[in-house]
Design a protein around this ligand. Structure first.
Ligand SMILES: C[S@@+](CC[C@H](N)C(=O)[O-])C[C@H]1O[C@@H](n2cnc3c(N)ncnc32)[C@H](O)[C@@H]1O
Length: 268
């Protein structure tokens, strides 16, 4: 009898129980500009790139590149970078930052995990990255794809527990909170693929600076699918309890736990 669980199936089952809806292409399109703004002063890219230690001769494939959170700073430190995302609005955000920074070594590609990358002339790269972009049903398929397109190394950033979500905010709104499957599923799927990855952790953004209280409320509201009017006041109360005012008129928001992601890497 085979008692070994199928971790890809467990991942799919656990995803059905999470407290928010899976986002489609149009949802990411709608979020592109606020996501880009929210990430502009986050420490994620700095911490990720410090662990990555990029080399000037690398070609890098960044899958689910979003507004170029990693692609823009990374492109300055490597030879070439292919930035893939299925959201045109995200690629437009990246294009805007790329132009502003005078970066010319990024090839943007609009494609999804399931598209035929060969048909899109995407060749294998030295390094494949997927940061915070593994919200897919067939996780094993996505990981296999990264392995096939990488010549040397794959690096992913995967959620640890609640990740960027704040469980206390859901409690304050009286909403149930199930963050869905996290990096433990990914590590087990990799293990079943014969891969023993290295795991490190990135913790950041426990404190965030906002220009105003309204911005701080806005900065938290992305976590909640369709906020109801009664919830809006609970959200504002929750934020007020965690705000301190600064002399220059800005405010500092403090959560009780930092945002936490796993930095997972393996050689191919
Ligand atoms: C949370 S954002 C992460 C962006 C960036 N990697 C970062 O760390 O800031 C997730 C990105 O993955 C993209 N994405 C989600 N599902 C995708 C899919 N099936 N195919 C291609 N891109 C996808 C979204 O459009 C979005 O830009």
């Amino acid at each position: 009898m085979n008692n070994i669980p199928d971790w890809n199936l467990l991942w799919q089952q656990a995803r059905k129980k999470k407290s928010w809806k899976a986002k489609k292409k149009k949802d990411w399109d709608a979020r592109a500009s606020t996501f880009a703004k929210r990430n502009a002063d986050s420490n994620f890219a700095k911490l990720f790139i410090a662990k990555l230690q990029p080399k000037p001769h690398w070609s890098v494939l960044d899958m689910g590149c979003g507004p170029g959170t990693l692609a823009i700073p990374l492109a300055k430190q490597v030879k070439t970078l292919t930035a893939i995302d299925f959201s045109q609005a995200m690629l437009d955000q990246m294009g805007h930052h790329q132009q502003k920074a005078g970066i010319t070594n990024i090839r943007p590609v609009r494609a999804s995990w399931l598209d035929d990358w060969q048909q899109l002339s995407i060749k294998p790269h030295d390094i494949c990255i997927a940061a915070r972009s593994l919200a897919v049903d067939d996780l094993r398929g996505a990981l296999q794809k990264l392995c096939s397109w990488s010549r040397h190394k794959v690096i992913i950033a995967d959620r640890v527990g609640a990740g960027p979500f704040d469980a206390e905010l859901f409690a304050a709104l009286g909403r149930p909170f199930d963050p869905g499957p996290d990096f433990i599923y990914t590590v087990n799927i990799l293990f079943q693929m014969g891969i023993q990855p290295k795991i490190d952790y990135l913790e950041f953004d426990q404190q965030r600076l906002f220009a105003s209280r309204e911005d701080a409320v806005q900065g938290c509201s992305w976590m909640i699918d369709t906020i109801q009017p009664a919830e809006a006041s609970a959200l504002a109360r929750y934020v007020d309890q965690r705000l301190t005012s600064n002399k220059d008129g800005s405010v500092t928001f403090q959560r009780s736990t930092p945002v936490k992601w796993a930095f997972i890497s393996w050689d191919v």
